[in-house]
Design a protein around this ligand. Structure first.
Ligand code: NAP
Length: 288
């Protein structure tokens, strides 16, 4: 059984990004990322801290704009984005999700200038995913595909089953896997899908992104399948919190051809894909 090791791949990828950032700095531009945070969610605080730390390690300028989740208005956040959009010292903007219920997340995504949209959530950039190639791709799908490519998992003609149809993972991933460079036959499942077990058993490559701890066991996995586990959940084991994926790793590990672990799979790659997008948006704005 092969482990799709996102931690070691991320370490390799970091070297490549470092070189690109240093080349930009040498030419006089330090990439700069602005993060908008309007929730009091613990998980979001951790994600934002990781992003800021990664930027610091790579000599990237990063600034956090914090808003009070209760008093923030749609107008406040859109105004801040308008200012950042026209500031030539800002190369990337992202808004950490979730947003408070009274804020329209779609409008926020649409307000971020496509050339600064490092998360690739703006409808223009999402629309570009219909094309065979695009400069910007959403970070998690990009991380999943990078992991599969690195381990030379040939997707041509393979049946790939994605569980989850979110805008962040499932939907963009399906579009990207359909591209001619991947040539996968894609099925996307969700909470209303019937016969989930049977569909999963038909998968050459199974990509669960449900967010339900240990939801999938050996009953869902075809022998010799490749599994990329995207889900991240916290469970209580004894008096400790444990991070685990959507797949019960121990129950399927002897059955699969390859599998990613949680933690240590898609997660470590995702943040580097964000920085890769920032390098791209910086180049777009500085290289005439
Ligand atoms: P989400 O928006 O909550 O979407 C979850 C999807 O799973 C939905 O489409 C939902 O169906 C589907 N689903 C839920 N229960 C199901 C069931 N019993 N059977 C079939 N489908 C079911 O979540 P998300 O933002 O896409 O994230 C999914 C997971 O990936 C989370 O654990 C998240 O933490 C993790 N994640 C990891 C990374 C990373 O870097 N590794 C990045 C992003 C997200 P409906 O649409 O019908 O509700």
């Amino acid at each position: 059984m092969l482990i799709l090791d996102g931690t070691s791949l991320a370490a390799k990828f970091k070297g490549k990004i470092e070189d690109e950032v240093n080349a930009l700095i040498k030419k006089g531009t330090t990439p700069s990322l602005h993060i908008l945070l309007a929730n009091a969610d613990d998980a979001s605080a951790i994600y934002v801290r990781n992003k800021l730390n990664t930027c610091e390690k790579l000599s990237i300028r990063a600034k956090l704009h914090k808003f009070n989740p209760e008093s923030i208005t749609q107008e406040d956040i859109l105004q801040k984005i308008s200012l950042l959009n026209v500031d030539e010292n800002v190369h990337g903007i992202l808004c950490q999700l979730p947003l408070p219920k009274h804020i329209n997340a779609d409008m926020v995504a649409a307000a971020i200038a496509p050339k600064k949209d490092v998360d690739c959530f703006n409808p223009f950039n999402i629309g570009q995913l219909f094309n065979e190639e695009t400069l910007l791709e959403p970070c998690t799908p990009k991380a999943i595909i990078a992991l599969l490519h690195h381990y030379q998992i040939d997707l041509t003609g393979k049946r790939v089953v994605i569980i989850g149809r979110s805008k962040i993972v499932g939907k963009p991933l399906a579009l990207m896997l359909l591209r001619k460079q991947n040539n996968a036959t894609v099925t996307v499942c969700h909470s209303r899908s019937k016969n989930l077990k049977e569909i999963c058993l038909s998968a050459d490559v199974l990509i669960p992104a449900l967010g339900k701890a240990n939801f999938l066991n050996e009953d869902y996995i075809k022998p010799e399948a490749v599994v990329v586990d995207v889900g991240i959940s916290k469970i209580r084991v004894g008096d400790k919190n444990k991070t685990c994926g959507d797949v019960d790793f121990n129950r399927v590990k002897d059955l699969v051809f390859a599998i990613s672990k949680v933690p240590g799979g898609v997660g470590p790659m995702t943040i580097h894909m964000l920085i890769d997008n920032l390098v791209k948006t910086t180049k777009m704005q500085t290289q005439k």
